[in-house]
Design a protein around this ligand. Structure first.
Ligand code: KGT
Length: 290
């Protein structure tokens, strides 16, 4: 008998503000509304990009940045508070993203941080692809690279009693670069997290299509929590946090209001699909053309 691996994936959709305390309170309030879990599924809760500080002007994230880790509560106060939330609610908590310090005093790393239900920091990923683009919306020119240093490593975290949930960590604009997801799929990913803050213009045109494609081509579940609505600096984000299965079916769509969505999933769905249609083994391009 093959073991069933029931998990609950939960995405928080936020309208984050520049102020950390306000955002932490909104997050804690939503965590207080987690759906009943009397069958004791392990739960993975994912927060959007910029969850702790959003639209606060050029240097707000630089002021907020902390050295990565949980060594010193005075130097890493926000990471300690996030760790405490994971522990309090007994959840895996993926925070996408939080600014962590780099070798360059003028640039932080957009770090996704994964906390265990015991409150340990068990994985981190720094956003690789930075959003420097001219978009026909109220903001116009986005220049993420001015304040952000791109990451250099691929991160796959293993969660659960049997390390059965293989979590690929990526962020927002990364989703447009499928090579990253081929690499994660090769490492055994079965759930892909893409915390985001998409613009309304690009979201309307590309969001659902790109995310469903990432699920279908990697034969993985996708969880993509999003920022939504109008933010303090006038910037608008698209919302529509999604949870998608490996066949590309949308299991939950948050629409445009802040809140939470969830889906109960069976990881066997991904492995069974891979047996019937072994895309990774059929990929002649990766094996013969690169
Ligand atoms: O700036 C912050 O505080 C948080 N980071 C973001 O909002 C980032 C960089 S500006 N947004 C995106 O990557 C949107 C990508 C996008 O919309 C697309 O690919 O179409």
């Amino acid at each position: 008998m093959i073991q069933q691996q029931p998990w609950r994936l939960i995405a928080l959709q936020l309208n984050s503000q520049p102020d950390v305390a306000t955002n932490l309170a909104a997050i804690a309030q939503l965590l207080g509304q987690l759906p009943d879990n009397s069958d004791q599924r392990p739960q993975l809760v994912v927060l959007p990009e910029g969850a702790l500080c959003f639209a606060g002007g050029e240097d707000a994230n630089l002021q907020l940045q902390e050295p990565l880790g949980l060594q010193d509560e005075t130097a890493q106060p926000v990471q300690f508070q996030l760790s405490a939330l994971a522990k309090k609610f007994g959840i895996y908590l993926l925070v996408g993203t939080f600014p962590t310090t780099t070798s360059d005093p003028k640039r932080f790393a957009a770090s996704s941080l994964l906390f265990s239900p015991q409150g340990e920091l068990i994985a981190d990923y720094q956003k690789i692809h930075l959003f420097d683009a001219l978009i026909s919306d109220g903001t116009g020119q986005y220049l993420e690279s001015a304040r952000t240093m791109p990451g250099k490593k691929i991160t796959l975290a293993e969660l659960g009693a049997d390390q059965e949930l293989k979590l690929g960590m990526a962020v927002c604009y990364d989703m447009r670069f499928p090579g990253l997801f081929q690499a994660l799929a090769r490492r055994g990913m079965n759930v892909l997290a893409l915390p985001s803050a998409f613009t309304t213009v690009t979201g309307d045109a590309h969001w659902h299509t790109l995310l469903r494609a990432r699920a279908i081509e990697t034969q993985s579940f996708v969880i993509a929590p999003a920022q939504t609505g109008r933010h303090q600096n006038g910037r608008e984000t698209y919302g529509h946090s999604l949870i998608i299965d490996p066949w590309g079916r949308i299991l939950a769509d948050a629409g445009t209001a802040p809140g939470l969505i969830y889906a109960d999933i069976d990881l066997m769905q991904a492995s069974e699909l891979r047996e019937r249609m072994p895309l990774l083994h059929h990929n002649r391009f990766l094996s013969e053309f690169l």
